[in-house]
Design a protein around this ligand. Structure first.
Ligand code: C2O
Ligand code: CU
Length: 620
């Protein structure tokens, strides 16, 4: 059974447990009790079933069951044992149930109901305070029931029993929370005084290299698309923004001007591991640039590959409305052939491939080498097909793959924010690039003189799994430390209002405790998705080396990614080498998830930020 199905079953059983045990507790006080024995047996079987599900889930990851093991299963299991002992014999013989038995039945019902509430409230890692509060509510309700049903003396006796139960549950919960480094709140811009400021982590004034200059002016603009449709966009001058190109060794200098985007803008270099002060995150590495304002970014182009830039101020709205563009760095000399840089982007429900919302037709002579740089600048994965020629995925997220095999008909599932570089040799007939769900948009390459235009339908096929693609390289270095990132959904405060948040380690940004690292450390990160939606996780300033997914190690080319899709129920292990000091955002690149909490900081010890989130700065 899939992990997602097991998680759903776990929740379903929690609800059933609450219904059955509360029904038993209510019926036991009534006159007509023929159902009671059946309910009691069902209650016990459900507890056993829940334990079996928790064991199965726990075998996949401790992080799927931590709150079950420490809190919700003991909360129903311990009083259930008492209920069976104290009420069982009387129920089965059809006799009146003693007060202690009735109270134990109620305690089991309350514990089961609390387990359901905990699903939305508690979160993983379990925080001692929250766990204690849940236990205290159950204990109080039980004690009150004891007093009401049995008078003070029995109430006190039950109270004492419950207290023992509380301790059995709360002590390990507290220990676990402490062990997992429950630091409570944190993660705002400042990380203590002293040390280095992110404002000082800029490219030095005397950095070498021939300058490669550009000016990007953010503006509001009505853009007429090739289909004739007009969209109200925010752009860096065009939709997408101008393609920025550099050669390895260049000193890239980009001046950002904001003409009239009221929300403010910044430039973030997605996937380019620039010095922290050039990273363009409002509230963390700079203040948002207001209308009329300007700022300049500088960095040395030291890695070839396909990247992109976008605003990181109110980015969910800004990127979607058009404040994005591609950034390509080529090796010296370039490599010839036909090259197309094609961001896939959705604006107002219209899908653009590059700058067109139609099928783009290009003539390419047979035998010519073709490189397609495919970027997904949306918030959800895109599935693309390439029909008419065998091809190779030669690079992902700006890093070459080793030994990529030629494939035919494989579907490319590109995570939000990620880039795939595809290489092929032009055959004697048309090649069609299709995007799932959008027949109107695509690309057709035809040999000159061939009329093989037409459309570019998506051609479904098996998905190419990068974890088994290409040939293995040197093994990854051993890690010095382990850190865990648990992705989930919980009721939390968002901008001061209660809401259903996308959480990281049980909290919503900016309350997520930062991952703190020391320069030079190699950190093994475990990323767990307990939810039902995909999370394209993106650490700024670093590529991570993928170690394993769901316990299965990478079998193909070494994979160094800046954005990786953690699908529902998946557990990823990645290695992050802390070699770029700063305070870095790390977040889900489904930007609506980021807006609703799924953001954290990767903070180097000794680095602090003079900027703050809030006020005029809203990175998401
Ligand atoms: Cu595309 Cu925070 O980034
Ligand atoms: Cu997400």
């Amino acid at each position: 059974m899939s992990t997602t199905a097991l998680l759903a079953l776990d929740l379903g059983l929690a609800v059933l447990l609450a219904v059955v045990w509360l029904a038993a507790a209510v019926l036991v006080g009534g006159a007509r009790r023929p159902l009671l024995p059946a309910l009691l047996v069902a209650g016990v079987l459900l507890v056993a079933a829940r334990i079996a599900v928790v064991v199965a889930l726990g075998a996949r990851s401790w992080w799927f069951v931590q709150e079950d093991v420490l809190l919700t299963v003991p909360l129903v299991g311990l009083p259930a044992v008492a209920a069976v002992a104290l009420a069982g014999p009387a129920v089965l013989r059809g006799r009146p149930v003693p007060v202690a038995g009735r109270v134990a039945l109620l305690a089991t019902g309350f514990g089961a109901a609390a387990g359901v509430a905990a699903w939305a409230l508690v979160g993983v890692p379990v925080r001692a305070g929250t766990a204690a509060a849940v236990v205290a509510v159950v204990a109080t309700a039980t004690a009150v029931a004891g007093v009401v049903l049995g008078g003070r003396a029995r109430g006190l006796l039950v109270g004492a029993l419950v207290t023992v139960g509380v301790l059995v549950v709360a002590v390990p919960a507290t220990a676990a929370a402490v062990r997992s480094g429950d630091g409570g709140h944190g993660g705002h811009g400042g990380h203590g005084a002293g040390g280095v400021s992110v404002a000082g982590l800029r490219t030095p004034a005397d950095a070498p290299g021939p300058p490669r200059r550009a000016v990007l002016t953010a503006r509001q603009q009505a853009v007429e698309l090739p289909s004739g449709r007009t969209v109200d966009a925010w752009t860096f001058g065009s939709l997408p923004g101008p393609l920025l190109e550099a050669e390895v060794g260049d000193l890239v200098e980009v001046e950002l001007r904001n003409r009239d985007v009221a929300a403010g803008v910044t430039l973030h270099w997605h996937g380019y591991d620039v010095p922290n002060g050039e990273d363009g995150v409002a509230g963390v590495t700079q203040d948002a640039v207001p209308p009329g304002g300007t700022t300049t970014y500088r960095f040395v182009a030291d890695e070839p590959g396909t990247y992109w830039y976008h605003t990181h101020q109110e980015s969910a709205a800004g990127v979607q409305r058009g404040l994005y563009g591609a950034f390509v760095v080529r090796p010296p000399g370039g490599d010839g052939g036909t090259e197309l840089t094609l961001p896939v982007h959705t604006i107002d429900g219209v899908v653009l491939l590059g700058a067109t919302d139609l099928v783009d037709h290009r003539e390419v002579p047979p035998g010519e080498r073709v490189r397609l740089r495919l970027l997904n600048t949306d918030s959800e994965p895109h599935r693309l097909s390439l029909a008419g020629a065998p091809f190779r995925v030669v690079a992902v997220d700006g890093r070459d793959l080793t030994g990529p095999e030629q494939v035919t008909g494989e579907v490319l599932r590109i995570p939000a924010g990620s880039r795939y570089d595809v290489a092929l040799t032009m055959p004697g007939a048309a090649v069609r690039l299709g995007i799932e769900g959008t027949p109107a948009t695509g690309l057709v390459l035809t040999p000159p003189g061939d009329d093989g235009g037409g459309d570019a339908p998506f051609a479904d096929g098996p998905e190419l799994d990068l974890l088994g693609y290409g040939t293995p390289g040197p093994p990854p270095a051993a890690a010095d430390r382990e850190l865990t990132v648990v992705l989930d959904r919980q009721l939390r405060f968002l901008d001061g209002l209660p809401g259903y948040a996308w959480t990281v380690n049980g909290a919503a940004y900016p309350d997520v405790a930062p991952l703190t690292v020391r320069e030079g450390e190699r950190v093994r990160l475990t990323v767990v998705n307990r939810g039902t939606e995909t999370h394209p996780m993106h650490p700024h300033g670093h590529h991570v080396r993928v170690l394993a997914r769901d316990g299965v190690p990478v079998r193909g080319s070494p994979l160094e990614l800046d954005t990786f899709d953690v699908r529902p129920g998946e557990v990823w292990e990645v290695l992050l080498v802390a070699d770029n000091p700063g305070i870095w955002l790390a977040h889900c690149h489904d930007l609506d998830h980021a807006t609703n909490g799924m953001v954290l900081h990767l903070a180097y010890e000794g680095v602090h930020s003079p900027f703050t989130v809030g006020g005029g700065n809203h990175p998401e």
